[in-house]
Design a protein. Structure first.
Length: 270
């Protein structure tokens, strides 16, 4: 009887917990819908958003199909998209800081940050909204590249699992770069400064996984530096041999920098 009593008590506590959480989740959904729509419209309601997407897609496809040396799609003569995903991190390093540089620094420059912080929104909701809007915009830019795999499929028989893995890795890498850019933008009042610092941070975190860099750290420290780099985890997705460890690391990386962003907002609010 005592076990049954404890079981019913646990179930009741669980139900009460769910009943407490559900209204908060519903409120979060409503707030995010308002905030994300505002941020996303800032991207798609200006010519810059369309110019960015067009330039990104055209440049990525040019580098993949024609390349800068002998590693182009036509030179390799294989129906593979490995080199397509080889160019994506490089272009992300250039383009994503251009997206994130204005997300907070523009609010600071226009004097709207203080107003934004007084609105009935939690700090984490403001951070999540800016992150989600930027992530959706980058996702749309990646979606615009769908003609590339379709072309490769028509010309040959590529590994579809490899293509899917590459796109998943690209989205996770984009999320990581966005989270870095948000933190730096929150710390900078000037957009150009935010862009340069974000660019350098993305380059550093990506190059940390390359062998010429790791040689300076020795074996043991090099293993740690390699694990902390973004390139080593993205490379696993690019070649289609990723593990749960790679997925968890990139998600944790994004969450950590979003938490940093919330902490920065709290200091500015106080």
């Amino acid at each position: 009887m005592q076990k049954i009593f404890h079981f019913h008590k646990s179930v009741n506590n669980l139900i009460q917990g769910i009943q407490t959480i559900l209204p908060k989740l519903n409120e979060l959904r409503k707030h995010l819908k308002i905030l994300v729509k505002k941020e996303l419209f800032a991207f798609i309601n200006t010519p810059i958003g369309y110019i960015f997407t067009a330039f990104f897609v055209l440049l990525l496809n040019f580098l993949f199909f024609f390349g800068l040396g002998d590693n182009s799609f036509w030179d390799l003569k294989t129906a593979s998209m490995e080199h397509f995903f080889l160019w994506i991190p490089i272009l992300f390093t250039i383009f994503i800081p251009a997206i994130t540089m204005r997300l907070w620094s523009e609010e600071e420059r226009n004097g709207t940050l203080e107003i934004l912080l007084t609105l009935p929104f939690e700090n984490y909701e403001l951070v999540l909204a800016k992150f989600v809007a930027a992530f959706l915009f980058i996702s749309l830019a990646l979606l615009a590249t769908v003609l590339t795999p379709l072309t490769v499929i028509i010309l040959g028989s590529p590994d579809m699992g490899l293509i899917l893995s590459g796109y998943i890795g690209s989205l996770l890498l984009a999320a990581s770069y966005i989270s870095i850019g948000l933190v730096i933008s929150a710390l900078s009042r000037d957009q150009i400064t935010a862009y340069i610092l974000s660019l350098l941070a993305c380059i550093l975190l990506y190059l940390m996984g390359y062998q010429p860099i790791l040689q300076f750290f020795g074996y043991e420290l090099g293993e740690i530096v390699s694990y902390l780099s973004l390139s080593s985890h993205f490379e696993s997705f690019r070649i289609g041999v990723w593990t749960l460890r790679d997925f968890v690391y990139l998600i944790s990386f994004v969450c950590l920098f979003l938490i940093f962003n919330v902490m920065i907002l709290r200091t500015q609010k106080s």
